[in-house]
Design a protein around this ligand. Sequence first.
Ligand code: ATP
Ligand code: MG
Length: 250
Amino acid sequence: MNFKINIHGLSKHFGQNVVLDGVDLQINSETITAIIGKSGTGKSVLMKLIAGIIKQTSGTIECVQILENGEIKPTSLDEIGFSYMFQNNALFDSLTAFENVALPLVEGNHPLSKSKVKEKVDHLLEQLDLTSSRNRYPGELSGGMNKRIAFARALVTEPKVVLFDEPTTGLDPERKFTVFDMIKKYRNQFGFSALLVSHDIPDVYEIVDSIAWLNEGKIQFFGKPEKIDLISEISIKKYLKTGRISPNNL
Ligand SMILES: Nc1ncnc2c1ncn2[C@@H]1O[C@H](COP(=O)(O)OP(=O)(O)OP(=O)(O)O)[C@@H](O)[C@H]1O
Ligand SMILES: [Mg+2]
């Protein structure tokens, strides 16, 4: 499906706290976009606004489908089909790893046979090195294991848009690259769009089409990783290339 999500002038205030102050961003089908920025700048708030979990103070989020004849039809993220991997995983403590991953397949509009559910879930668990944890509960597993369970759950329905809020935070380097590789592979296989909040600069750049830098309430840089070289402000260039802030900018 060919679609666009157009975010225009998006603002979010919590009382006096102006978190987002006119975010403009466009997400196209089959693209991977990383949202980067310092802690507390509103990356998670932006994801929640896109998912419709919270309401903006002002601005618009518009989804359109581009039909084969070029006609543009208004749609919604729900109609396109999306999933959300929360920063805190949001797993169910009373369900096993297998049951958590299987949940979107058994509770929604996915009329799959039991054996098909098992096959899909076990395949994902295996890819993420979780087979031996399949019957254990989140409380019995490490932070990195739970992160990967949440990641598997976000992919299991093969959605067209996935909002990943820090999918690799707390993972060891090997598993971090497994997750990045899977995002890339699934994009090629199922043609989804991923919006990915990440602090893994520059590693995440290996898989993205575009980077969106959120700073002081706005997207202050948007483009391919190579475009960073064209930035003239040295401290910003350094931050976007390495994730490091110069001491005088702390
Ligand atoms: N429900 C809420 N009520 C009030 N303030 C909120 C709420 N949710 C977020 N905020 C505020 O919005 C700001 C941005 O928070 P957010 O969680 O989006 O940051 P972030 O960029 O995701 O940071 P991190 O990289 O640490 O995850 C913070 O000042 C936070 O306190
Ligand atoms: Mg966050």
